[in-house]
Design a protein around this ligand. Structure first.
Ligand code: NAD
Length: 481
């Protein structure tokens, strides 16, 4: 393994490949970026690659626009409308960026290396690869929280990745088709048509809202024999849904759900998940079983194994299981030249796309300064080595170098939170309006839609999303599996 700055060889566990030396500039430091989510993508979009050899490693070779993911579960939006290849961003950079579709397994913050593995399902040469970094941007996100509850991973569907939304869509249609099959017992129809959502955070609420729209707009037309049997239940352990939103918006959501016949079971905690029913404990501590056809699990997020492993290597500073502890400049405490952004960190901010995205933009500005700093240091070394540079020349570069080392801390500017709650109603928690805008009808939908469309990263994605909305308006949702 060669770790000289900027030059490295790919080294597998079993053998090395001298032929695979990367076409990178040996005078420039290597910057490894782990992830392709909100944090990593906004960082890459804003990064000036001029002064670095950039390597991106992520198990997903695309960015997913997660706020609209619930719309994919019922066919309002097509999956591909929400994704953008990571290479779409990197290929427009000034210098070549290496992108590997692979899963990072470990980070060694002492020797400054990252080990990753090709997780592709196709046959071919694979293996574990270890590369050195000079700087690491750690933006691996987090994984679904199950609280160790039995049966969740086996029987429930999560709503985090594109494949999750696909799985939900397919399972939902399977339940409906099976309920509509001849000679089903009434009890079985009731179970199959019972869609249970666990977790009353924004993910669970938005999913329940989308499912309601699907029922009203489409299922009633396509499956008149069973559509009326569809029941949606939202289970939340706390006394109300959307704990992070204001009281007024919570009430608005709960009353909208009541009108839409979405059953909200608050103060109810799921204790166990079986193949066809969940066991819950209600406010009176009574235990009961709730049969279901489809179970969507949206109880929040937790640290990934690679993050827990990294924490264990830095026991003196990384003391929070919730996520990585960083300083005001997004540097990982206890590790040199490692920056962490997004949901994998434990900060004063909620783990949202908005925070990760702003952190990415800020970090790109830190790297702009780092790039300048490295450049001026190189110039200074050259001037001093030449022996012919005047004191003024040296002084000039020193001044520039000093400017490049001055950083301002990260500052988060909250633009507000939005959530779609079904039947063309959206809630918005906007700082500008003192925190509360709750409304229904065309105006709210238009606001929600335009806010999300304008946040989509590319014209291509914007066009695809708007076309999907028009298609659904004209022809309804596609009910095929
Ligand atoms: P969350 O953490 O916001 O909510 C999970 C909910 O599940 C909690 O209210 C919790 O009390 C409940 N819960 C946990 N265990 C339970 C159990 N066993 N039984 C019943 N209920 C249980 O999770 P989320 O909705 O996935 O959101 C994650 C993060 O992403 C949050 O920071 C959120 O703000 C953000 N987000 C925002 C939006 C938006 O603004 N539109 C959309 C999606 C996610």
């Amino acid at each position: 393994l060669v770790t000289a700055t900027g030059v490295f060889l790919l080294v597998t566990q079993s053998e090395s490949h001298p032929g695979e030396q990367l076409p990178q500039d040996p005078t420039k430091p290597t910057l490894v970026v782990l992830g392709s989510g909100w944090g990593a993508t906004s960082f890459l979009k804003n990064l000036d690659t001029e002064e670095f050899n950039v390597v991106v490693v992520s198990p997903r070779n695309y960015f997913l626009f997660t706020p609209l993911l619930p719309s994919v579960t019922v066919g309002t939006l097509e999956p591909r409308s929400l994704i953008q290849p990571t290479r779409f961003i990197t290929r427009h950079k000034k210098r070549d960026v290496l992108v590997y579709e692979a899963e990072a397994r470990t980070v060694d913050p002492i020797n400054k290396t990252v080990t990753f593995e090709d997780i592709s399902e196709v046959k071919g040469k694979k293996g574990s690869v270890t590369i050195p970094y000079d700087y690491l941007v750690y933006a691996v996100g987090c994984e679904n929280q199950t609280f160790g509850i039995k049966g969740v991973r086996e029987h429930a569907c999560f709503l985090k990745e594109l494949s999750d939304a696909d799985k939900i869509r397919s399972k939902l249609m399977d339940c409906i088709e099976t309920a509509a099959f001849r000679d089903q017992s009434q009890e079985e129809i009731e179970r199959l048509m019972h869609m249970v959502v666990v977790g009353g955070g924004p993910t669970g609420v938005e999913y329940a809202g989308e499912l309601h729209d699907f029922l009203i707009d489409d299922l009633k037309k396509w499956y008149p024999e069973v559509a009326d049997r569809l029941k949606i239940t939202l289970i939340e352990a706390l006394p109300n849904v959307l704990p992070a939103f204001s009281k007024q918006l919570i009430q608005y959501t709960e009353s909208t759900f009541k009108e839409n016949k979405i059953d909200v079971l608050t103060r109810t905690m799921v204790k166990d998940v079986g193949e066809t029913s969940v066991t819950v404990q209600d406010a009176n501590k009574e235990i009961r079983e709730i049969p279901y056809g489809l179970l969507v699990w949206a109880t929040g997020n937790t640290s990934r194994p690679i993050t827990l492993d990294l924490m264990s290597k830095l026991p003196a500073t990384q003391t929070q299981r919730r996520g990585l502890v960083i300083d005001d400049y997004l540097q990982l405490l206890g590790a040199k030249d490692v920056f962490a952004i997004g949901d994998c960190t434990a900060t004063q901010y909620a783990p949202t796309a908005q925070v990760a995205s702003q952190e990415g933009i800020y970090l790109a500005s830190v790297f702009a300064k780092l790039g300048q700093k490295n450049k001026y240091e190189r110039q200074l070394a050259e001037l001093r080595a030449s022996g012919t540079a005047s004191a003024d020349d040296i002084e000039h570069v020193v001044k520039k170098l000093n400017r490049a080392t001055k950083l301002t801390p990260f500052h988060y500017s909250h633009q507000g939170s939005l959530a779609y709650i079904g039947s063309e109603k959206a809630i918005a928690d906007l700082p500008l309006f003192n925190g509360n805008v709750a409304s229904g009808g065309g105006a709210a939908m238009l606001f929600w839609r335009s806010a999300y469309v304008s946040t989509l990263y590319s014209v291509r994605n914007r066009t695809l999303v708007m076309t999907d909305w028009i298609k659904v308006k004209l022809f309804g949702r596609d009910v095929s599996r």
